[in-house]
Design a protein. Structure first.
Length: 126
């Protein structure tokens, strides 16, 4: 009997190098190097995660360590205790006390999907 709406999980001991793509919610508690693209879904970076990757998703919740650029068509939330190094492009950004962030923030309406369904940052100069 399958359970619906349960997010995919990358456990604490899992290491992934390369590109992760999907269309379902995902929780990362392990190590990911490369890129993660979940254009219509929610991505959660757990408190044990170490991510060296560019992230793209509808909504992104970060509780662990991320080094890479973040693009969300919805909301990015940085929880207390997280450490993020990279630029954030999203519609909304929430940062809790004791979250560490180093990078630039672009909160625009211009985050859109490309022809292949991937989330793309706004075009420069438009």
């Amino acid at each position: 009997m399958a359970v619906e709406n349960v997010p995919a999980r990358i456990g604490k001991t899992i290491v992934i190098s390369g590109e992760v793509k999907g269309s379902e919610d995902m929780i990362v508690d392990g190590r990911v190097e490369g890129s993660v693209n979940l254009s219509e879904s929610r991505l959660t970076i757990g408190p044990n995660a170490t991510v060296v990757a560019d992230l793209a998703a509808k909504d992104i919740l970060i509780m662990g360590r991320v080094q890479g650029n973040i693009i969300a068509s919805g909301r990015v939330e940085l929880r207390a205790g997280c450490a993020v190094e990279g630029d954030v492009c999203a519609l909304r950004l929430a940062v809790e006390d004791n979250a560490v962030f180093r990078g630039k923030v672009d909160l625009t309406q211009g985050v859109s999907k490309g022809h292949d369904g991937a989330i793309a940052p706004p075009a420069v100069g438009k």
